[in-house]
Write a protein that binds this ligand. Structure first.
Ligand code: 0RA
Length: 690
């Protein structure tokens, strides 16, 4: 008998199972039956190992297919694919945890480039695999594609598999120069190893008693060590702590009580990190809300089982105005494009809250229903579903397509959210009244927007304060948004009227992070901004219509000036984001110092420029320019406005998400997180605090 005859005709295997256990190539190539009919009790390992020694070509062909096209199995051979190997092994341990048998998963980055994953699950079974005799189950898991923890069905305690993309540990074996597996089961330690992409090295054998746990019981569990193959991962084998930490933290949130430890032997100074959240999804919601002000302390939570699928949801509301706080996962994978689970939740949430509000009389029969976005304002929710065969769709394969999940989530939310509302009348009341305010705000905003649109599109659409440029070609037109009327006057004198427009803004504009939409659209400074730019606002914003391709913020270099810049940037970011994304937004850089050299004045833009000048002219005296108001038109032109001599700073949105966080923290309600953020990110903040 040969090692791993994975034939499609083994007796007793249902067709579906065969497909799961063999590669497509193999089904074509292997016609002959070869697995022995040894479905009795486990044969001894020694007996199995005798046959194991024989090289098996067929199993290796499966692994060879993985080596030929690694991308098909792990997505890429770059850093993302490399990290995939870790996810694959860890997911098997998470499966054990989900089956209730594993509490701690330790991941250790070894000094020589390898990775060790230790779990305290049941240990991969070491007996002969009934369908694959004489292979042991452990050998099957490590060498047969898709075998993972999936065989065994109900009997193994696996209802659903978290297996990431279901490819299994054998793929890790195929893409590694070396793999070592240590299994502690029933008091005995077993060991086997592979080399060169899955070739058997040392076959599975007993090495002695398992070490004892602190409580004196023998250790149980699996240790997998692997060394990725540098000829496959040509970009290098560097695991990134941050990537690993982020994923383990998410997995710890999604699996209440399961502890993840990350150790890094590559660097002596690196400290171990541990993630464990006994509150699971509730802790996740609390974590996401930590920079926000909560509407109430409670965090709602419910679960529901369907046929071969389950859903768990946690939710709460904060006092903010964002309505994009739903995060969803399928089998532990972030579904950033949403899908059926999110659809089910959204529609059931809208239905349930409206029914509740009507039943309580908060909404009268004649009142318009609350819209989904009204209810979702300030909502933070995590939806986690587990299912046997997730269908990932969409551009980035991060949208869940299984229709059955929608009905499960809808049913769960309809029933259990209703119960939760009944049982939490105070929280429900606060949430409903927030949603009703949001509804009023939304309707008022719609009307205000219509007014703005009318006046912005009508002939007399430009604001009175705007000194427009002559050119109507956006490519060559610039607009300076200038703080204060007097600076506005100077700027008007200093400009090139052909291509430069000036819009003076009075005092501080509204903080849009904290204001409801309807107030935003009533603010006169904001209306003139919208009118001057001519490209609309919010969802209707059309960057193609922008009347200028340089929007230049011009404010003093002091604290007030920096506040106004941040307010304006927040506004652009929230309401005209494509403008920022297109790179049309700039910050002018008026100089900080001046000095006199002979008969002419020299301007120096910042401290380094001054220091450099001083190095060459040790006797120079410097005056600090306090504000735009101190400069005359000529000075302002030369230093700040003339395209030949000025310096502009382009505002970029490196990652929309990061910037969004920064804006929320800098401009939001929570003073403590704002302080902490500014202290921790002094360098990053400078780009906003320009
Ligand atoms: C198949 C069946 C069982 C457990 C496992 C595989 C298993 C695989 C891995 C991979 C890493 N850690 C693991 N832990 C367990 C069920 C075991 C039983 O029924 O005793």
């Amino acid at each position: 008998m040969e090692f791993g005859c994975v034939s499609g005709t083994s007796r007793g295997l249902p067709a579906a199972r065969i497909r799961a256990l063999t590669t497509p190539e193999k089904e074509v190539e292997n016609g002959a039956a070869s697995a022995a009919d040894s479905t009795g009790p486990d044969k001894s390992i020694a007996a199995a190992s005798a046959d194991y020694g024989a090289e098996n070509i067929q199993v290796l062909e499966g692994l060879e297919a993985v080596r030929k096209r690694p991308g098909m199995y792990i997505g890429s051979t770059g850093p993302i694919g490399l990290h995939h190997l870790v996810w694959e092994v860890v997911d098997n341990a998470v499966d054990e945890a989900m089956a209730g048998h594993c509490d701690v998963i330790l991941v250790r980055l070894l000094a020589d480039g390898g990775v060790e994953v230790v779990d305290d699950g049941r240990g991969i079974p070491t007996g002969v695999h009934p369908k694959y005799a004489p292979l042991t189950a452990a050998e099957v898991v490590l060498t047969v594609l898709h075998a993972g923890g999936k065989f065994g069905g109900e009997a193994s305690g696996y209802k659903v598999s978290g297996g990431l993309h279901g490819v299994g540990v054998s793929v890790v074996n195929a893409l590694s120069t070396r793999v070592e597996v240590e299994i502690d089961r029933k008091g005995t330690r077993h060991f086997m190893s592979f080399k060169d992409g899955g070739q058997p090295d040392v076959s599975l054998h007993e090495v002695g008693d398992s070490p004892l746990n602190e409580d004196g019981t023998p250790r149980r569990g699996t240790t997998v060590r692997f060394w990725p193959d540098p000829t496959i991962f040509k970009e290098g084998i560097v695991f990134t702590r941050k990537t690993l930490m982020e994923r383990f933290q998410t997995m710890a949130f999604l699996n209440a009580g399961l502890e993840f430890r990350l150790a890094d032997d590559r660097n002596e100074d690196a400290e171990d990190v541990t993630f464990r959240y006994d509150g699971g999804l509730k802790d996740f919601v609390r974590h996401l809300n930590s920079a926000k002000e909560e509407l109430f302390d409670e965090i709602g939570h419910f679960t529901e089982q369907g046929e071969g699928e389950e859903v768990e949801i946690a939710f709460s509301w904060n006092t903010g105005f964002q309505s994009d706080g739903i995060h969803s996962f399928a089998n532990g994978i972030s579904t950033t494009e949403g899908g059926m689970h999110e659809e089910g939740f959204r529609s059931a949430l809208t239905r349930t809250v409206n029914a509740y509000a009507k039943a309580r009389g908060s909404l009268k029969e004649k009142d318009e229903n609350l819209a989904g976005e009204d209810i979702r304002e300030g909502l933070t929710a995590i939806i986690s579903v587990r299912l046997g065969e997730p269908q990932f769709e969409g551009q980035t394969k991060s949208k869940l397509g299984n229709v059955s999940v929608r009905s499960l989530v809808t049913k769960a939310t309809n029933e259990k959210l209703t119960e939760w509302l009944e049982e939490h009348p105070n929280e429900a009341k606060a949430m409903v009244s927030k949603a009703i305010q949001a509804q009023r705000g939304r309707i008022a905003a719609m009307k205000a927007r219509q007014t703005v649109r009318k006046s912005a599109l009508g002939g007399a659409g430009l604001p009175g304060k705007l000194a427009d440029c002559q050119s109507k070609n956006p490519h060559e037109s610039e607009i300076f948004i200038v703080e204060g009327n007097s600076a506005g006057g100077t700027a008007k004198d200093a400009r090139d009227p052909y291509s430069q427009a000036i819009l003076p803004i009075r005092g501080k504009i509204l903080n849009v992070e904290r204001a409801r939409p309807d107030r935003i659209f009533k603010n006169t400074e904001i209306i003139s901004l919208i009118q001057a730019l001519g490209a609309g606002i919010g969802e209707e914003f059309d960057v193609e219509k922008a009347r200028y391709h340089k929007i230049i913020l011009l404010a003093d270099a002091d604290v007030d000036g920096s506040h106004i810049r941040t307010l304006l940037l927040t506004f652009f970011f929230r309401q005209m984001r494509p403008l920022v994304e297109a790179g049309y937004v700039y910050v002018a850089q008026p100089p900080l110092y001046s000095t006199v050299a002979g008969k002419s004045k020299v301007y120096l833009k910042d401290d380094p420029a001054r220091d450099a000048y001083r190095a060459e002219h040790p006797k120079a005296d410097f005056a600090r320019l306090k504000g735009l108001g101190e400069m005359d038109a000529d000075e302002l032109q030369v230093t700040t406005m003339d395209a030949e001599s000025r310096t502009l700073l382009q505002v970029t949105v490196e990652t929309a998400v990061k910037a969004d966080e920064i804006f929320a923290i800098l401009m939001g309600e929570d003073v403590e997180s704002r302080k902490a953020f500014i202290q921790n990110n002094a360098d990053d903040v400078r780009f906003l605090d320009i």
